[in-house]
Design a binder for this molecule. Structure first.
Ligand code: 3HC
Length: 379
């Protein structure tokens, strides 16, 4: 089936970016949200992003105009979905909300329409059971900002037709993105299984080591080769996204992360990060802004706990054959901008030292830190 018309449900950080990259690949996109004010904000952000790309000569002014014209913002679900070949759901990460949205979609589009969820963490098979088309249901997980991040995880559920996986993989390539297939429908898939637990672990490191967030973030940036610090990245992603993703992951798998209460505290206070002007850090406004991190600050911090938790979850993914090592490396490079492969970082920091550090943490703070067998096997 040829995909021509796309509908994106939800115009937030991910939804507007997915609409933009689809429009840039020549698709006609209906961008739907429940309130015109959300759509206005989304279209403003798309214009800002296209201007940035024009400034950098990645596209021309004429291209930018054409791309904007490929997007129709609307609050009307019926018109938004009537002609859709592919519906990409990007509403907030709340199972009950997604259930409501899939309920509303019943009967609105053709039986050939593919439903794809941009869920961050929810198992695809669970979501597909909310619809009458599990064979035409799949996960398609973009990374923030979708305009710049090359990776898209493609996650087939138990009932997904093989042909749908092939069509969606081809669709992702047509967006000039790199698909990685997540072979098992596990909570958090590949990248979020590593990223989200690190936000909590960075908070525990803060409690344990009494250093500043800038020091931990500088160490994440300069010793682990991340493009941003972990608190900085959490603010950039949104503490609402982090909290909801953590909640849903924790509900399904108690071993994947160790919940730190501060994430919920910030969520409850509506201190959601860059988009509200305050999260872990304080910002000038809503615009893209970076934290000043330095190699000097990085030198003041031993990154073992954060790397240990990341390595443990990476090992779990390999041990459970969720992805190959090559796909894990591609996913972390293109989905989080990590410049060095994770097991290379482990080896650079001393695998044995890291395992000993995890064993210490296990003794003092509990089973969560128990070194994974795969990690131990490479000592
Ligand atoms: N569109 C166009 N341009 C954009 C943009 C956008 N949406 N967002 C930022 N830019 C621009 C900036 O304004 C900046 O422009 P300037 O040069 O004129 O100032 C330029 O891109 C580069 O920004 P930086 O100088 O800050 O440079 P970086 O090299 O650090 O690149 C980044 C920015 C690509 C965001 C990089 O920092 C990065 O990869 N960060 C990590 C992001 C990440 O990990 N994302 C995944 C999070 S997990 C997720 O999304 C999953 C979900 O389910 C939770």
């Amino acid at each position: 089936m040829a995909i021509k018309n796309i509908t994106v449900l939800g115009s937030g950080i991910m939804g507007h970016g997915i609409a933009q990259v689809s429009a840039m690949a020549g698709y006609k996109v209906n961008l739907r949200d429940i309130d015109q004010k959300f759509l206005n904000k989304a279209m403003q952000k798309i214009k800002w992003s296209l201007e940035k790309l024009t400034e950098k000569s990645k596209i021309t002014k004429m291209d930018a105009e054409k791309y904007i014209n490929n997007i129709t913002p609307t609050v009307d679900l019926k018109t938004a979905t009537k002609e859709a070949d592919l519906i990409i759901e990007a509403v907030p990460e709340d199972f009950n909300l997604k259930k409501k949205v899939y309920g509303e979609l019943e009967g609105l589009s053709s039986e050939n329409t593919i439903f794809a969820s941009n869920t961050s963490t929810l198992p695809i098979s669970e979501l597909s059971s909310l619809t009458s088309r599990p064979q035409k249901f799949i996960g398609i997980h973009f990374f923030n900002p979708p305009q710049l991040m090359k990776l898209v995880e493609v996650i087939p559920g138990i009932g997904t037709d093989e042909i749908v996986t092939k069509e969606l993989t081809a669709f992702v390539k047509s967006l000039n993105k790199q698909p990685v297939i997540c072979k098992k429908d596990v909570s958090g898939f590949i990248v979020n299984r590593i990223f989200i637990p690190l936000v909590h672990e960075a908070l525990y490191s803060l409690d344990r080591d009494h250093v500043s967030m800038e020091i931990i973030d500088s160490a994440v940036k300069y010793k682990l080769d991340f493009p941003m610090g972990i608190f900085e990245l959490a603010d950039y992603t949104g503490l609402d996204v982090i909290y909801k993703a953590s909640f849903e992951m924790n509900l399904r798998d108690k071993n994947v992360l160790r919940m730190h209460p501060s994430v919920k505290v910030l969520f409850d206070k509506n201190e959601l990060g860059q988009k509200t002007g305050k999260g872990f850090y304080t910002y000038q406004g809503e615009n893209y802004e970076r934290i000043n991190l330095t190699p000097e600050k990085a030198s003041q911090y031993d990154i073992s706990s954060i790397l240990g938790v990341a390595a443990n979850n990476a090992s779990w993914l390999l041990e459970n054959e969720v992805c190959t090592k090559a796909d894990l490396d591609t996913a972390l490079k293109l989905g989080m901008g990590m410049k060095t492969e994770i097991f290379e970082l482990v080896s650079k920091n001393g695998t044995e030292k890291l395992v000993r550090h995890l064993l210490e943490l296990e003794k003092c703070e509990g089973d969560f830190y128990k070194p994974n067998d795969y990690l131990r096997s490479i000592v």
